[in-house]
Design a protein around this ligand. Structure first.
Ligand code: GLA
Length: 366
C-alpha cells in the first residue's frame, strides 16, 4: 500500500504570539505544500528520505526525544507523539518532497509534521479528529524537537481552505473560516521573503513566552486572555515595564485580530491594511520581535502605497506580508527591492499569494 498525503505552509495575517496566550489569530494556508509518500511494511522502523537532504534516516518505532536530530526529528517526533497518544504505527518507507521554504517563517515544520501525521493516520484509518491531530503534531515539535511553540501553525495547515482565513480562538480551540479573497477586490496579498533566516528553538521565542507567562502570573490569572476584556489599563498593575509592553502587544493584537475579521466582513481592505501596519508597530516596539531589515521592508511597502504591511510568524527575520492594490503592486515591488539593496541586504523573494486548502490525502493505493 502507498499513501500520499500533503499539508501546506501558512502565513498569519494577524495575531502574533497570541496562540500560547490563548488569544486569537487569523492565519491562512499557503498554496505550497509538503508531500509525504508512505509505504507501510512489517518492520519496526521507518526509513525516510527527503528531496531537500542527502541520504536517508532510520527511525525506530520506539524512538524517544533525543534519538533523532535535524530535519528528521519532525518525522520521528510525530511517530513518537502518535504512539504516545495510544495509536499503533507501522514501519515502512517514507519519502518527502516540499515546496514550502525552510527557515523563512512560513512554517515548513508544521507542514512536515501534519503531512507525516496525515499519512500515518490515513494508512491505518485512525479515528483522530483534526484538533487532536494538531495537538499530536504540536507535541512532536514541543517535546521531541524541543521548540516551545503554540498551536497556530498546525491548525492552519490542517484547517486551511481556499479563499478563507481562519479565525482561531485558542481558549476554545475553535477554528472559524472567514471569507478572504483580496484578489476579487483588486488587491494583492504580497509575501515578501526577506531571506534572513529566523530561529525558534532559539532563546528569543522562549523568552517572549516566559515574559507573557510571568505577566499573567503577576496579574493573578492563568493566561493573558483572562484579562482581555479589562482593557490595557489592567497592565498598569505590572511592575516590570518590559513585561507590561510584552503583554500590551498580546492584548492589542488580539483586539486587532477581531477588528480585521470585522473589516473583512465589510470588505474594507483599507481598514485591514491599517490594522496590519499597527500590528507591525506593536511587534516592533512592544514585543520587539522584528529586525531593522524586516522594519525596512514593511515601512517601505507602506510608503510606496501598500494598504498595510507587517512581519508574519515567530519573528527575528522571515517574511513580511503586504496588502497592495493591483495597480500599485509594481511600485511596491520596485521600492522594496531598491531599499533593501541600498541598505546592503540580500535581495528579497516577492510573490503574490492567496489562501490555499488544508492538509489532505492525495492518493491511497492498495
Ligand atoms: C511560530 C509558532 C506559533 C506562533 C507564531 C507566532 O510560528 O510556531 O505557534 O506562536 O510563531 O505567532
Amino acid at each position: 500500500m502507498e499513501v500520499v498525503y500533503a499539508a501546506p505552509g501558512r502565513i498569519n495575517l494577524i495575531g502574533e504570539h497570541t496562540d500560547y496566550n490563548l488569544g486569537f489569530a487569523l492565519p491562512i494556508a499557503l498554496p505550497e505544500r509538503t508531500v509525504v509518500s508512505y509505504s507501510p511494511t512489517d518492520t519496526d522502523r521507518i526509513v525516510v528520505r527527503s528531496d531537500r537532504e542527502d541520504g536517508e534516516v532510520t527511525i525506530a518505532l520506539d524512538t524517544a526525544p533525543g534519538a533523532v536530530e535535524g530535519w528528521a526529528a519532525y518525522v520521528a517526533g510525530v511517530v513518537w507523539a502518535l504512539r504516545g497518544a495510544g495509536h499503533e504505527v507501522r514501519g515502512g518507507t517514507m519519502s518527502i518532497t516540499s515546496e514550502v521554504e525552510v527557515g523563512s517563517g512560513v512554517s515548513s515544520s508544521a507542514a512536515l509534521e501534519c503531512a507525516v501525521l496525515g499519512a500515518l493516520v490515513t494508512a491505518a484509518d485512525l479515528p483522530i479528529d483534526r484538533i487532536a491531530q494538531a495537538r499530536i503534531a504540536q507535541r512532536a515539535e514541543n517535546e521531541y524537537v524541543g521548540a516551545p511553540t503554540g498551536l497556530m501553525d498546525q491548525l492552519a495547515a490542517l484547517f486551511g481552505e481556499a479563499k478563507r482565513a481562519l479565525l482561531i480562538d485558542f481558549k476554545k480551540t475553535s477554528v472559524e473560516p472567514v471569507y478572504f479573497d483580496p484578489d476579487s477586490a483588486g488587491i494583492g496579498l504580497l509575501l515578501i521573503n526577506s531571506r534572513a533566516p529566523h530561529r525558534h528553538a532559539g532563546g528569543e521565542y522562549a523568552a517572549r513566552r516566559t515574559a507573557c507567562e510571568r505577566a499573567a502570573e503577576q496579574l493573578g490569572v492563568s493566561s493573558l486572555r483572562e484579562v482581555q476584556d479589562e482593557g490595557v489599563e489592567v497592565l498598569d498593575r505590572l511592575a516590570d515595564p518590559v513585561e507590561r509592553r510584552r503583554a500590551r502587544h498580546i492584548l492589542t493584537d488580539n483586539q486587532r485580530t477581531l477588528e480585521v475579521v470585522a473589516a473583512l466582513e465589510d470588505s474594507d481592505f483599507g481598514q485591514v491594511g491599517r490594522l496590519l501596519t499597527a500590528s507591525q508597530a506593536s511587534m516592533r516596539d512592544d514585543f520587539e520581535i522584528t529586525t531593522d531589515h524586516i522594519d525596512l521592508i514593511a515601512d517601505t511597502a507602506v510608503e510606496a502605497g501598500a494598504l498595510g504591511a507587517r512581519m508574519t510568524g515567530g519573528g527575528f527575520g522571515g517574511c513580511v506580508i503586504a496588502l497592495v492594490a493591483d495597480d500599485t503592486v509594481g511600485a511596491v515591488d520596485d521600492a522594496v527591492r531598491r531599499a533593501v539593496a541600498d541598505a546592503g541586504y540580500n535581495a528579497p523573494a516577492i510573490t503574490r499569494t492567496h489562501a490555499g486548502r488544508g492538509a489532505a490525502a492525495v492518493s491511497r493505493s492498495r
